[in-house]
Design a protein around this ligand. Sequence first.
Ligand SMILES: Cc1cc2nc3c(=O)[nH]c(=O)nc-3n(C[C@H](O)[C@H](O)[C@H](O)COP(=O)(O)O)c2cc1C
Length: 263
Amino acid sequence: MHKDSTAKTLLVAFLLCLTCSVLVSTAAVKLKSRQVENKKLDIKKNLLLASKLIKPTASKDEINEAYKNVEAKLVDLETGEFVTDMDPGSFDAVKASKDPKRNVIIPSDKDIAKIKRRSKIEKIYFVKENGVIKQIVLPVNGKGLWSTLYGFMVLGTDTKTVLGLGFYQHGETAGLGGEVDNPKWKAQWAGKVAFDNDWNPVLKVVKGGVVEGTSTSQHEVDGLSGATITGNGVTGLVNYWLGSHGFGSFLAKFRASQTQGGM
Ligand SMILES: Cc1cc2nc3c(=O)[nH]c(=O)nc-3n(C[C@H](O)[C@H](O)[C@H](O)COP(=O)(O)O)c2cc1C
């Protein structure tokens, strides 16, 4: 084959493409497990950040150490009872929500999170101190403007005082809906009261900002400027998951158990 022939040029180009594709595929396969590990670590980190157990700069070791105080439990959302014959470690509620055998379709009038379906079983977390439950961490998700936001809502053991809220995955616009990740915005959630006196979930992201000192301000946080749609999405998703079609039965059972010495 002549050095400058078309066939030789094509052969070199082909071999180059083949080598590169083998390298890229090998890297993708080899790095897959590390990516899965990193994703799991990121979810743990966000859970612990929402629970205020670590600082944003926490190392992998600090995250794993703090996570020793967290106990995962599976809950049947219809009954509010724990599911004890399944392993919380390997349970994936997002996968289950896509499986017709393991999900429920959410009636449209109840679907304020705009997610259409959810898993019948969800994984909740107890944050403990010397074996005593101090915080309840609930996974939440729902639609913003562009994406489904996935995060954690943290409640005190009275089941109504919000201790924190944080999202570990979303596709909202940086600087607009993406401001849900702004530490100053997130800080507003701590101390808010999630329910009214009849245990209806009433948290609200308020366009224009909260007017302090009103009868509802204890349930409200400031809206995100230029991102009312994401803010409304957050209102919908927190209230869905705290409500009767979400964790309502579980929270009622938890409250009842507190008067009888704990779950
Ligand atoms: C490129 C682009 C990205 C946007 N991203 C978001 C977003 O992430 N979240 C959101 O609520 N609104 C976003 N908006 C604005 C919405 O279209 C809408 O105008 C806004 O939510 C209304 O909120 P406001 O009444 O506070 O201005 C975006 C607009 C543009 C043009």
